[in-house]
Design a protein around this ligand. Sequence first.
Ligand code: BDR
Ligand code: CA
Length: 317
Amino acid sequence: MAKQKLIYDCDPGHDDAVALMLAANSPELELLGVTAASGNQTLENTARNACQVLQWLGREEIPVYAGCGRPMVREQLTAGDIHGKTGLDGPVFPPLRKAAEPEHAVAFLIRTLLNSAGDIVVVTSGPMTNLAMALRLEPRIGEKIQRIVLMGGSYSNGNVTPAAEFNILADPEAAHVCFTAGRPVTMIGLDVTRKVLCYPDIVARMAQVNTSASRLFVDLMGHFCRTQKEIYGWEGGPLHDPVTIACLLDPDLVVTKPMHVEIDLSGGPSYGRTNCDAFGYLGLPATADVAVDIDVPRFWDLIEAGLRRYAGMGDGI
Ligand code: BDR
Ligand code: CA
C-alpha cells in the first residue's frame, strides 16, 4: 500500500516530540518535512528541539523548516510552565549537528503542496500560524491539502482559560483561517487527549522497550508529568499531540463526529474557544470531524510499537 505523505507542523514540546517519534519512523507514513512554529516556546527553541529529536532518533535526513515566530494577530503566548525554559526540559541531548533548512516553513509548505498531487496530509500540533500564513500567501494550496489533522481545541473546557485550549488560543486567527479553508479537518481536542494520561505504569512499560526512542520518552515524560502534577494535580500528563499521528496509523483509533466549528475571535473571555455545534443547533454545515472518543489501550499499543521500531537506531542506542 502507498505510504501516506505527511507534513508535520509542530512546536516541540514534550508531546510533540513523542508524535515526531511516530511520524518519523512508521512504515505507513512518508514524512516529507517538519515545520516548526512558535508555541510551547519561542521559534528558536522549537526549531532546535525538532532537530534535536530527529538527530537523537537517527532520522537526521528528515528536513526541519523554521516558520513563524509570532502569531498572526495576537501577542505571543508560550507554555514554559509545562515544557520548561528550552521547551523540551528534561532530557540531556548530545551536541547538535543537525540544523534547520534555510527555506522558511511557509515557503516549504507552499512549494511542497503546490507541486503535489493533492495527496499530502498536514498535521499540526502547535499554533496553526505556519499553515494559515501559507494559505493566505498562496490560496491555491487550499485545494492541494488532502486533509488537516490538528491537535487543538475542545468542546468542553480549555486548558489555558476556561474556554480555550493552548494551540488555538496561541493563534486563534490562524486556526480560523485553517478551519475555513474548505478542506477536510479532523480536530483532535482535549476531549479525547485528556483520556490518554501518561501514568507512571505507562512510563515503566515504555522503559522496558529499551530503544533510543523509549529512553527519550522516559526522560521527556519525567519532566512533563511533574509539571502536569504541579499545575493540574494529575499523576500523569495527557499525551495530546501523538493522537494526531496515531489516527493516521489507525483510522479507527478515534471516534469522530461532524460538527460546525467556529473559533471565537471576539477577544473576550472566550477568545480562542472552539465552539463546536455538537447537536446541530445552528443548522449549519459541519466544518470539522471532531474527535469524541478514543480507544485508550490501542493508543498505548501504537506508542509502544512506535518506540520499538527504533531498535538499533539513533544517538541514544
Ligand atoms: C497542546 O498545548 C501544548 O502545550 C502541547 O504541546 C499540545 O500541543 C495541548 O493543549
Ligand atoms: Ca504541541
